[in-house]
Design a protein around this ligand. Structure first.
Ligand SMILES: O=C(O)CCC(=O)C(=O)O
Length: 200
C-alpha cells in the first residue's frame, strides 16, 4: 500500500499547525491493524482516572502510568513482545532509539468519547501515536504558561492506521485534544521519559 508523509517536522506543515508535528497515513496495513485490535480486545482496559474523575476513555498503561492524584509516574506492567515489536518500528519511523520509548498507553474511545485539552505531562519527552479503527480529529491550540491563549485553533484528522509524532514546538508549545469520536477508535501512544528540563 503506498504511504505518504503528509508533512514532516522540519518542513512547513499545513497552515495553523505547529512545527514538530509529523503524520503519516497510512502507516499500518489493514492486516496489521486487525491483529493489533485483536490483541487489544483481550486487554483489561479500565476508565482513565483523572484526580478521581473517571473519564469515558478506557486505557491500559505499560512501562509507567501517570498517577494524576499524586502527580508522579508509577511502574506499570512491562511491554509485551507484540507491543515492543511495534514500538521498535514506531521508534525507527520517528528517528528515535527504540529503547527510549519505554512507555505505551492503549486507549479506547467508544462513540462520542472525547479527550480534553492537554499538554502531555512533563515527565515525558517524545510522543509517537498510532490510530486504529475509527476516524478521529485532533484539535490543536497554543499553550502558554501564563494561560493567555492566542487566537486560532487547528484540527488534524487522524485516519485509521496512521502514525504521528510530537516533538519540539508541537510537544511543548501547544495543547492538543481528541474531538468526540464518531465511532469506536483505539490508539497506542508510545512515550519516552524526559531527557532534560522541559521548557516553561
Ligand atoms: O488517542 C490519541 O491519539 C491521543 C492520545 C493523547 O493525546 C494522550 O493520551 O495524551
Amino acid at each position: 500500500m503506498p504511504q505518504a508523509d503528509l508533512f514532516a517536522a522540519d518542513a512547513d506543515g499545513p497552515p495553523g499547525l505547529p512545527d514538530g508535528l509529523r503524520l503519516q497515513a497510512p502507516w499500518l496495513s489493514v492486516a496489521e491493524e486487525g491483529a493489533l485490535l485483536a490483541r487489544i480486545a483481550a486487554l483489561p482496559l479500565a476508565a482513565a482516572d483523572y484526580h478521581g474523575h473517571l473519564a469515558r476513555r478506557r486505557v491500559l498503561a505499560f512501562g509507567h502510568r501517570f498517577d494524576f492524584a499524586a502527580g508522579v509516574l508509577r511502574s506499570a506492567r512491562p511491554l509485551p513482545d507484540w507491543l515492543a515489536g511495534l514500538r521498535d518500528r514506531a521508534a525507527a519511523w520517528a528517528g528515535l532509539p527504540a529503547p527510549s520509548l519505554t512507555d505505551a498507553l492503549i486507549a479506547e474511545y467508544r462513540p462520542g468519547t472525547p479527550l480534553g485539552w492537554h499538554r502531555d505531562v512533563p515527565d515525558y519527552e517524545d510522543v509517537v501515536g498510532l490510530s486504529l479503527g475509527g476516524e478521529a480529529v485532533m484539535g490543536w491550540r497554543r499553550w502558554r504558561a501564563e494561560r493567555r491563549w492566542q487566537q486560532g485553533r487547528a484540527e488534524l484528522p487522524l485516519p485509521p492506521r496512521s502514525i504521528y509524532a510530537l516533538q519540539g514546538e508541537a510537544r511543548w508549545g501547544w495543547q492538543h485534544a481528541i474531538l468526540p469520536t464518531p465511532g469506536l477508535r483505539h490508539s497506542i501512544t508510545f512515550r519516552s521519559l524526559r531527557r532534560r528540563e522541559a521548557p516553561p
